[in-house]
Design a protein around this ligand. Structure first.
Ligand code: AMP
Ligand code: MG
Length: 344
């Protein structure tokens, strides 16, 4: 199949969005920009179309998809119960980078939920994403538009690298601003639980919900056979081709540790203000100031991908604190490194 590229789609009135929506309604796959990362969309109510997402990505069948909607009212059709806490969260953070897990309505096919009794729903903030969903008049199931296991795409070029001729179309709406995927919070049973940190911080969730549990898979490597509540969290993810080690702790100490370990053929990811203190290193990338985790989130996946076209042997990374969006940045770094971590 030849992938159609709709380039430079910057206005929600662009007539090519209607063309892309027609592809979705016809059972095809369209990659589109969201404020978190690029999504790979199909009609969420069409099981055959959803199956194509798993094929194109090489995604394991037990990893469920998020259903994207364009207005709050559309959630009623997808969920069996809508607790007040979900309404409160959506009032505060929708449209935006937050996915809410709730008991699924019978119309949601098991291809979307991976057979779970729950469904993840998100109302994205990106105007092109919302225009596409509105035009398609169906909820759009969309995981990140990368090959399974690779860093998520934050530009149409990244999608093209992974998905060229595997999907029907790509809407190029420029760079994704947040840069890491949505926060996933489960309101499906008992106490609210953070399943994946993302663009909305744990502290922001707590400000609306009070106490929020944090799933073990957010910070730790799961034991063999242990099942996380968000099945995607068990896979090696976001991984560059070269092996990677995360050096956690005080940046002055991680600087010294990385200088000690890294050879001239190794890659380094560091805070911007440390860039020149690593000396004469070839493959070094600054991912933002240590005080600016939003910047680190926005740049991280592009940097991880950039090492794939370089002959780097091993990648070492400095690590921010696990607070605010920093919790999401550290979660992605831990998973990209396959939990190869040195604490300094
Ligand atoms: P991706 O968009 O590729 O980052 O994948 C979507 C993520 O949402 C995966 O990690 C899934 O495990 C998670 N997810 C989607 N639906 C559910 C659900 N019903 N329960 C738990 N996690 C979910
Ligand atoms: Mg993904």
């Amino acid at each position: 199949m030849k992938t159609k590229l709709f380039s430079h789609v910057v206005s929600e009135d662009d007539p090519r969005i209607a063309e892309a929506a027609k592809i979705i309604r016809g059972g095809g796959l369209v990659a589109f920009p969201t404020e978190t990362v690029y999504g790979l969309g199909a009609n969420a109510l069409d099981p055959a179309a959803v199956r194509k997402i798993f094929l194109a990505k090489g995604r394991p069948a037990d990893n469920p998809l998020i259903a994207h909607i364009s207005s709050f009212e559309e959630i009623r059709r997808l969920v069996r119960v809508l607790p007040e806490s979900a309404e409160a969260l959506s009032k505060r953070f929708w449209p935006g980078p937050l996915t809410i897990i709730l008991p699924a309505a019978p119309c949601v096919p098991p291809e979307v939920t991976a057979g779970l009794p729950t469904v993840g729903v998100r109302l994205p903030a990106h105007p092109i994403a919302r225009a596409l969903i509105r035009e398609a008049s169906v909820p759009i199931a969309a995981p990140s538009a990368n090959s399974s296991g690779k860093p998520s795409p934050t530009s149409a070029l990244h999608v093209f690298e992974d998905m060229c001729d595997r999907i029907d179309a790509i809407l190029d709406g420029g760079r994704s601003g947040v840069g890491v995927e949505s926060t996933i919070v489960s309101l499906a049973s008992g106490k609210p639980k953070l399943l994946r940190p993302g663009g909305i911080s744990l502290e922001q969730l707590q400000s609306v919900l009070g106490e929020v549990d944090v799933d073990k898979a957010v910070r730790e490597k799961l034991a063999e056979g242990e099942r996380p509540l968000a099945p995607g969290m068990k896979y090696r993810h976001y991984a560059p081709k070269a092996p990677m080690t995360l050096v956690m702790g005080d940046p002055e100490k991680s600087l010294l540790k990385i200088r000690e370990l890294a050879g001239p053929e190794d890659g380094i990811i560091c805070f911007d203000e440390y860039f020149f203190r690593f000396g004469n290193t070839k493959y070094i990338r600054g991912f933002g100031h240590s005080c600016h985790p939003e910047e680190q989130a926005a740049r991280l996946f592009k940097i991880l991908r950039s090492f794939d076209s370089l002959p780097v042997r091993h990648i070492y990374s400095q690590c921010p604190e696990e607070k605010g969006i920093g919790l999401a940045v550290v979660n992605r770094l831990k998973k990209a490194s396959g939990f190869s971590i040195i604490q300094v």
